[in-house]
Design a protein around this ligand. Structure first.
Ligand SMILES: [Zn+2]
Length: 221
């Protein structure tokens, strides 16, 4: 009786379809999101950095990422991060004994202030909750307020991102006894991940790879 009374209070409208839901998104939308999951990895990479991708950037997954970013729904990111981790672990992408340091790609401070949170950090929170790895959201700093990337060609993307990241001073002092896993929401050409990896490697920091929620790319290496 008490439990069913509580359940009444714990139901919310699903942010994707507005049906009542006891979870972050309703079971119906979870199923639709599940259909966006990639069955097989297509060898995505950013330079020499392997990129593990959870799903295709289309349909329900595209809507969920838009809701996460623009409708103030960080909980969707946490949920997607848990799914990303499960899939990453199931596919035994890396064998490891050490805890990894998960570094989300940061937003520039003006965009962070406007949005109130970094969607990649929300995803990383869910990811680390599942894997037990260590979330470090402040390793990278985004120095440049870069233009939106979707309208740019690969050469313009590269130029847009040049020198856009630095490594925080605290992290430079902490030694490099850990391996880093970069995490982002969307993978298109890999330019962002490549640039982030470049500045980390300049500090002799080891990067194991990267994980992202979605890609619009179908290319194989
Ligand atoms: Zn729903």
């Amino acid at each position: 009786m008490w439990k069913s009374f509580l359940n009444l209070w714990l139901k919310f409208p699903c942010p994707l379809c507005h049906r009542t839901s006891e979870d972050v998104v309703c079971l119906y939308c979870q199923k639709k999101l599940g259909s966006c999951q990639l069955i097989k990895q297509n060898g995505f990479c950013a330079g020499d950095l392997p990129v593990f991708v959870w799903g295709r950037y289309e349909g329900e997954l595209k809507r969920a990422i838009a809701a996460l970013k623009y409708n103030n729904q960080p909980e969707i990111g946490v949920l997607l991060g848990k799914w990303l981790a499960k899939s990453w672990q199931e596919q035994n992408v890396v064998s490891r004994n050490e805890k990894l340091t998960v570094v989300p790609i940061p937003l520039h401070r003006t965009r962070l202030q406007r949005r109130g949170f970094n969607q990649a950090s929300s995803i990383a929170k869910g990811f680390c909750h599942e894997t037990g790895d260590v979330l470090e959201p402040n390793v990278l700093i985004r120095e440049k307020a870069t233009e939106a990337m979707f309208s740019l060609n690969p050469a313009q993307r590269k130029k847009n991102l040049q020198n856009s990241f630095t490594v925080s001073e605290n992290w430079q002092k902490l030694s490099k006894f850990t391996s880093i896993l970069l995490l982002d929401d969307i993978y298109t050409t890999g330019t962002t991940l490549k640039e982030a990896a470049r500045v980390l490697r300049q500090q002799n920091i080891h990067i194991l790879g990267s994980v992202v929620i979605a890609t619009s790319s179908r290319s194989e290496i």
